[in-house]
Design a protein around this ligand. Sequence first.
Ligand SMILES: NC(=O)c1ccc[n+]([C@@H]2O[C@H](COP(=O)([O-])OP(=O)(O)OC[C@H]3O[C@@H](n4cnc5c(N)ncnc54)[C@H](OP(=O)(O)O)[C@@H]3O)[C@@H](O)[C@H]2O)c1
Length: 316
Amino acid sequence: MTNRYPTRREAIKAGLLTGAGLAIGRLPLAAEAEESGQLPLITRPIPSSGEQIPAVGLGTNRYSVSTPEEMAPLREVLRGMPGLGGKVIDTAPGYRRSETVLGELMAELGTRDQFFLSTKVTAPDGDVQEGIRQMENSFKVLQTDTIDLMEVHNLNGTDAILPVMREWKQEGRIRYIGVTTSRTGAHESLMEIMRREDLDFIQVNYSIGSREAAENVLPLAQDRGMAVMLNVPFGGRRGSVFGLLADKKLPEWAADFDCNSWAQFSLKYLISHPAVTCPIPGTTDTEHLADNLGAARGRLPDAAMRTRMEQLFDSY
Ligand SMILES: NC(=O)c1ccc[n+]([C@@H]2O[C@H](COP(=O)([O-])OP(=O)(O)OC[C@H]3O[C@@H](n4cnc5c(N)ncnc54)[C@H](OP(=O)(O)O)[C@@H]3O)[C@@H](O)[C@H]2O)c1
């Protein structure tokens, strides 16, 4: 793992910079970047409000660390993210110390207001008090008065805890509510909830290696006006896409949609689906962060190109 700001050459390779005159070894701040000719950031509206968020976020299910040595690379990811145009961070009490680590780092860097924070809650066996305890603890360890998005993790206790989430949204403690799953086998249950509940967001598994959500979950989210966050965006039935693609050469036509890496190939495939708001690739590495956020810049594949991408992926 290499955790430092990408060099100018690496940033250009990641599709982050196109202009000349940028200081070597540091990435520009967002405003500076626009002036310097960086490709424009792709944002997506949250349908229930119209608020725009960047089309690529950050997953933190591997942020449960304790020692200063373990914290250091994660601090660099959080420090670099706003300058790269990133904003959305996904966490959960289920990721053990992830929320605590994020809370400590944001407090230290003074950057809470630069992020759109998404966390989760469960009410096992309908235990509302347990759900309330978890949510109160999330506010405490994230060191924040407002949580941007609260989602029921893995649909666990949805009926019990959603009414409380709605109350807290009314009170302004939570800005948006939703539900998540990362199991294709739970898509039917997810859709049953989507049909009967008003939700701002859903979070679901969808990747070029696992495309089932596109059959019915994504169209339903469009019909119901729900934002769609994507978990495990590099995952798939045959394991991580990187395992399959590591020794393969990126096709030359990937340049037609400003794509410089297999990570960007995977993410641009997802972002270009009309129902998708924001994949949340997990990373603990600043170079991977720059690579991933580079996918939220420049041109995107059209429908014909998306089919070509699927055909290429399926041929491996
Ligand atoms: N039910 C749920 O609600 C649920 C379930 C699962 C996940 N999630 C959420 O979704 C997020 C994403 O899922 P995930 O982290 O399990 O899987 P993922 O995003 O598909 O893959 C993460 C892996 O890809 C690597 N990676 C990231 N960017 C890369 C790049 N540009 N080049 C090469 N490798 C790269 C990471 O390693 P490095 O750290 O070295 O970059 C890590 O090993 C989670 O963090 C979590 O927030 C939610």
